[in-house]
Design a protein around this ligand. Structure first.
Ligand code: ARG
Length: 456
């Protein structure tokens, strides 16, 4: 019999019991549910609403239930309990009798589930923030270990200008640092307590909502009872933070897939982060990078899914809201695994500096600097651009690089060229010249690296 069965004369139908149940999903909230119930019972006793002995019996009973759930001795059955809140309360009453039956005084599952879910969201955001830091550490370690390695920087996936590999890695560290900020903001959004809002309107019992909010580690009780039971913005914020970070990981993994191909050969993934083929004996595939790239789609789906669930919902609690947890849990689980996998993959990959250097020699990466050389000698930049365009065309026709042209070749296009033009063709010098704040010169990248480490 359900705990709400008083006004019903027929038992539950087996299909609707299962269809309406959220236990398979929300059983993961057991620790939060028990913490919320202990805080509520303690406050009820302090306010003289239930006897201190009852609160003690409730607390002890709940602690026993916690131990038994964690040891696996206690498992709940969806045909008996619709959700984790009912399951734990029913078990408590079995164990401690009437005291257990007094726990739900001045409380509704509506404020209870919102409280549990907020505690859960705070915990998961914190875990993700830690995993995010571990991935940034792996990227920073690769940046440090290969600090001076040069690779072609790309726009439109065409060779553009040379950049430091460390600079490239640190771009991802920047993205992930912002993701950390979004996760922190999501944790903050969850940091308000709905407990005491009861079903929707507050309650006639003299509850002290400030005490329970504080006991559960919340910043403050939510000031409007209707909002307290119906707001799920904090889950949208969490899934959004997960989605953006997954998109960043999908970009990183796309580069890992490209870079580990024979065409690039920029990196070699360790065997632990590669897979073989069941038919082609030679294959070493970047499956895990592809999988992370692919999983980003599902997490964005979780975000859109909850947004659609919330759309047009009237106040206050509606059963639709039961659909809020599965996607949020999936988003957090997925991002956490993706962070862990990406960190291991990055930490164990080999950076092939020679392959990067070989590619950096192709594609006229010095062209901008040659144009800048002329512009600095007084030629308007647009004209300089044109002159270098002609030189590139000449190289294309001869099948050579700018480095292979003679001083006469240069002078034929502009008499501003002198023998010091060779300095503009040297890749380390080109990189070193980009000393602007945030640029790819080693000193600027070193400053960026130090700042990124200080942020961890
Ligand atoms: N399992 C429900 C949920 O996750 C708990 C709240 C149910 N409240 C109610 N009035 N039916 O949303």
């Amino acid at each position: 019999m359900a705990l709400w069965s008083g006004r019903f004369t027929e038992g539950a139908d087996a299909f609707t019991q299962r269809f309406g149940a959220s236990l398979p999903v929300d059983q993961r909230l057991y620790a939060e549910d028990i913490a919320g119930s202990i805080a509520h019972a303690t406050m009820l006793a302090a306010q003289g609403i239930i006897a201190t002995a009852d609160a003690e019996a409730i607390t002890e009973g709940l602690q026993g239930i916690l131990t038994d759930i964690e040891s696996g001795a206690l498992v709940f059955d969806v045909m008996e309990s619709e959700d984790i809140h009912m399951a734990i309360e029913a078990e408590l009453t079995r164990r401690v009798g009437d005291a257990g039956a007094r726990l739900h005084t001045g409380r509704s599952r509506n404020d209870q589930v919102a409280t549990d879910t907020r505690l859960y969201a705070k915990r998961r955001a914190g875990e993700l923030m830690a995993a995010n830091v571990a991935l940034r550490e792996a990227l920073i370690a690769q940046a440090e270990a290969n600090f001076d390695v040069i690779l072609p920087g790309y726009t439109h996936l065409q060779h553009a200008q040379p950049v430091l590999f460390s600079h490239h890695m640190l771009a991802y560290v920047q993205m992930l640092a912002r993701d950390w900020g979004r996760l922190a903001a999501a944790r903050n959004a969850a940091d308000a307590c709905p407990l005491g809002a009861a079903a929707l309107a507050g309650t006639t019992y003299p509850l002290d909502r400030f005490t329970t909010a504080e006991a559960l580690g919340f910043d403050h009780p939510i000031p409007n009872s209707l909002d307290a039971v119906s707001d799920r913005d904090f889950l949208l914020d969490l899934i959004y933070a997960c989605s953006v970070s997954c998109l960043h990981l999908s970009r990183l993994c796309e580069e890992i897939v490209l870079w580990s191909s024979a065409e690039f050969g920029f990196i070699t993934l360790s065997d632990a982060y590669s897979t073989g083929s069941s038919i082609m004996p030679q294959k070493k595939n970047p499956d895990f990078a592809e999988l992370i790239r692919g999983k980003s789609g599902r997490v964005v789906g979780d975000l859109v899914s909850l947004m659609m669930t919330l759309k047009s919902l009237p106040l206050a609690y509606n059963k639709d809201l039961q659909e809020d947890k599965e996607g949020a849990m999936d988003a957090a689980d997925t991002l956490k695994d993706c962070y862990t996998c990406a960190a291991g993959m990055i930490a164990t990959m080999t950076v092939n500096a020679d392959a990067m250097a070989a590619q950096a020699k192709k594609g006229y990466l010095a062209a901008t600097d040659v144009a800048d050389y002329l512009a600095k000698k007084g030629l308007p930049f647009r004209r300089a651009h044109e002159v270098v365009g002609h030189l590139v065309l000449l190289c294309d026709q001869r099948g050579c690089d700018l480095e292979d042209l003679t001083l006469d070749d240069f002078k034929a296009e502009s008499d501003l060229f002198e023998s010091d033009i060779v300095e503009c063709l040297n890749l380390p010098a080109i990189v070193a010249a980009r000393t602007t704040f945030g640029g790819t010169a080693p000193a600027a990248v070193r400053a960026q690296l130090d700042a990124a480490k200080a942020q961890l």
